[in-house]
Design a protein. Structure first.
Length: 433
């Protein structure tokens, strides 16, 4: 029997009343699907590296979808920094990076894509219905960086160190939801931006920070400057990595992965305040901007750190109207916090969106001092309690039986990691959705 979206979110809410200590059985799924095999990369004098598809940058399941399936989205494709060249390719970093600060793309033609995942009773999962993201002319998009002028970006090279052309239309897909009309909304990390995508993978519109529209002239899709201009201050590789939707599909929710480099990178490294946005779909505008304070990095038990920029936001899942599940993680520890926007300060279009404000929001970790209130947070899950949990979990979906599915981003296997799905039941009573 089909359930309504509202009933689905009610089920999710009931599930999250349980604590980690009350959790039931956990099961890990892996795949042997040939679709998961991407390519083998090798450079002269190096070693062969088998790459797989990085499926788990974001995930989502609608209540109307089959009980054992969810959607997953891949990011910009295999890529790594110069410090990883020797580990991945088996040659000195100087051979590829040649003393420059670049990012290596061993398969530069890869197109970010949407995959349909089916969990099976035998502990495996199938990958089906691959949808390549494309422009209005049907040309598949790449994940190479945009040539930005109002924000910092990275210079791409191939596995042999040859410079790659940046693309005005390229995207780094990270968060995903699907609406009942079949279309998708995707959170994008590089620019940062949010995208509305048709059911066949065609980008209909990309919404970018106001004032940065000229950086996308020539893109073969519509570009609108509907996000706060201050988002161009995002730290490189720390843009929007999430996307969620309200039960009635009227609101989208997304977050900046880390605090902005506002006014500079030194501030980003010490800041706790990142930004959570609410977008009104009917009126095509933002209606809310809230403060989410990242946890103390010492509390991530599998890899405690003294660096405040170690924790980051990699996923948001809608639980109800203005109630969310936020995935906050480090490299080896994942926490899930239930978040409520009630009573939190809405700072949209306030002085905190003005780049000239000093001290900036990112410089003010003590919010009481500036009469602001962050969203409330309640811990619902900690992967340190689950030794079988994969590292770098980035996608969440609620399955038809109420179990919570978590999928990791394996970075396309550049270091040999596999994509895994962790499924935990017992977090919900008899609720079905």
């Amino acid at each position: 029997m089909k359930r309504t979206i509202a009933a689905g979110f009610a089920g999710i809410a009931a599930m999250l009343l349980a604590t980690t200590a009350m959790a039931g059985a956990a099961k890990v799924f892996e795949t042997k699907s040939a679709i998961n095999n991407l390519s083998t990369v090798m450079v002269d004098g190096g070693k062969a590296r088998d790459l797989t598809v990085g499926l788990g940058s974001g995930a989502y399941r609608r209540p109307i979808d089959p009980a054992n399936m969810f959607y997953a989205v891949s990011d910009r494709g295999p890529n790594f920094v110069c410090g990883d060249v020797e580990t991945v390719l088996g040659v000195s970093a100087d051979v590829v990076c040649k003393g420059e600060k670049v990012r290596v793309y061993p398969t530069p033609d890869y197109s970010p894509s949407i995959y349909t995942i089916f969990l099976k009773d035998d502990g495996s999962f199938d990958i089906k219905d691959v949808i390549t993201l494309k422009d209005q002319n049907g040309v598949p998009l790449t994940g190479l960086t945009n040539k930005l002028t109002v924000a910092k970006t990275e210079k791409p090279v191939d596995a042999n160190g040859n410079a790659l052309a940046q693309s005005v239309s390229a995207i780094d897909a990270e968060g995903i939801i699907r609406l009942n009309d079949g279309s998708y909304w995707i959170g994008e990390e590089n620019a940062p931006s949010i995208l509305h995508v048709s059911a066949d993978g065609t980008v209909n519109e990309r919404i970018v920070p106001a004032g940065s529209e000229d950086d996308f002239k020539g893109a073969a899709y519509k570009v609108t400057g509907g996000l706060p201009a201050i988002l161009v201050k995002r730290q490189t590789n720390r843009g929007i990595e999430s996307m969620a939707v309200s039960p009635d599909e009227s609101k989208l929710y997304f977050m900046v992965q880390n605090p902005l480099s506002n006014p500079d990178a030194d501030t980003y490294k010490k800041a706790k305040n990142t930004r959570l946005f609410v977008y009104d779909r009917a009126n095509r505008k933002l209606t809310g901007e809230y403060i989410y304070q990242l946890d103390d990095p010492q509390t991530f038990r599998n890899d405690p750190s003294k660096k405040q920029n170690a924790p980051r936001i990699s996923e948001v899942l809608g639980l109800g109207d203005d109630r969310l599940l936020v995935l906050e993680r480090t490299d080896k520890t994942t926490k899930l916090h239930e978040v409520k926007l009630d009573d939190a300060s809405n700072i949209l279009a306030s002085r905190w969106d003005d780049m000239s404000t000093s001290p900036s929001l990112e410089q003010e970790n003590n919010l009481e001092k500036i009469d602001l209130k962050a969203v409330s947070k309640t811990l619902r899950f900690d992967s340190a309690d689950y030794p079988m949990a994969p590292n770098k979990i980035e996608g969440l979906a609620i399955m038809g039986d109420g179990a919570l599915a978590m999928i990791n981003d394996n970075d396309f296997g550049i270091k040999g990691d596999a994509t895994k799905v962790l499924l935990i039941d017992g977090l919900v009573q008899a609720d079905k959705f």
